[in-house]
Design a protein around this ligand. Structure first.
Ligand code: SF4
Ligand code: SF4
Length: 242
């Protein structure tokens, strides 16, 4: 994103609209400018139409900077997964997509939030921790597509310093491997420069309990139970075996 300094009248109205705080006024406060390294190309400043003189100019960036808009602009569709926004249908569609079956859990880690964002070197640290725990990365996820080695979780080095609003890693693993996943994530968490949240998804037992609940209690992990099911996405494609 660019601001045409010749057009900008320095009103400062746009500053509060940037979720990354990347817009600032120059020392004399007569025009605004964008910190290119902090801007995640989300397009909020442009789409909000807050600027009275239309000084914002959207740019189409080549690789690897193009990855910023792909992960941060909710109107864009990830070309690999064909899903807009975060680029994934997420575990809540499991009844249709069948990403994980009984006896398995879905592990979702999301790095970054508006206000902080995330660099891919932090995404890679979490991906490597998950790989050490032996998870299987979701094939139709935009971060998985950026991996050069799914066994180690290594990402394409070309994008490693790029910043995005947030990025989501999805994977599955047998329920009995959950303690190892938690151990690896706890181990790597002090090295992460941004926030990340962990979601563990599982199919409910017949009595309505979540199988992962007992394991998390034994590990003394603080957690909240949430039921989330998306309906209307299509007919269930997979039948539970056994
Ligand atoms: S594109 Fe997004 S991150 Fe970049 S300056 Fe505009 S609002 Fe801020
Ligand atoms: S809203 Fe437009 S004119 Fe006002 S400071 Fe921002 S870019 Fe400049």
């Amino acid at each position: 994103m660019k601001i045409d300094e010749k057009e900008c009248v320095g009103c400062g109205e746009c500053l509060a609209y940037c979720p990354m705080g990347a817009i600032s006024m120059d020392d004399d406060a007569d025009f605004a400018s964008i910190d290119e390294d902090e801007c995640v190309e989300c397009g909020v400043c442009f789409r909000s139409k807050v600027c009275p003189v239309d000084a914002f100019e959207e740019e189409i960036h080549p690789w690897p900077r193009s990855i910023r808009a792909a992960f941060s602009n909710p109107l864009l569709v990830h070309k690999e997964t064909r899903v807009p926004g975060r680029g994934t249908e997420e575990a809540k569609t499991n009844d249709v997509t069948g990403q994980f079956r009984k006896g398995f859990v879905g592990i979702t880690t999301e790095m970054g939030r508006p206000g902080l964002g995330a660099r891919f070197y932090d995404v890679e640290k979490v991906a490597k921790a998950l790989a050490r725990a032996g998870v299987v990365f979701a094939p139709n996820n935009p971060v998985t597509y950026l991996m050069v080695d799914q066994k180690t979780g290594q990402l394409n080095p070309e994008i490693i310093s790029e910043k995005v609003c947030s990025a989501m890693i999805e994977s599955t693993t047998p329920l009995e491997n959950l303690p190892e996943v938690i151990k690896q994530l706890k181990g790597v968490s002090p090295e992460i420069e941004t926030v990340f949240c962990l979601t563990i998804s599982s199919r409910l037992e017949e009595d309505g309990t979540a199988p992962c609940e007992k394991v998390l209690k034994e590990l003394e992990v603080l957690f909240y139970i949430n039921g989330k099911t998306n309906v209307g996405l299509g007919r269930p494609l997979f039948k539970e075996v056994g």
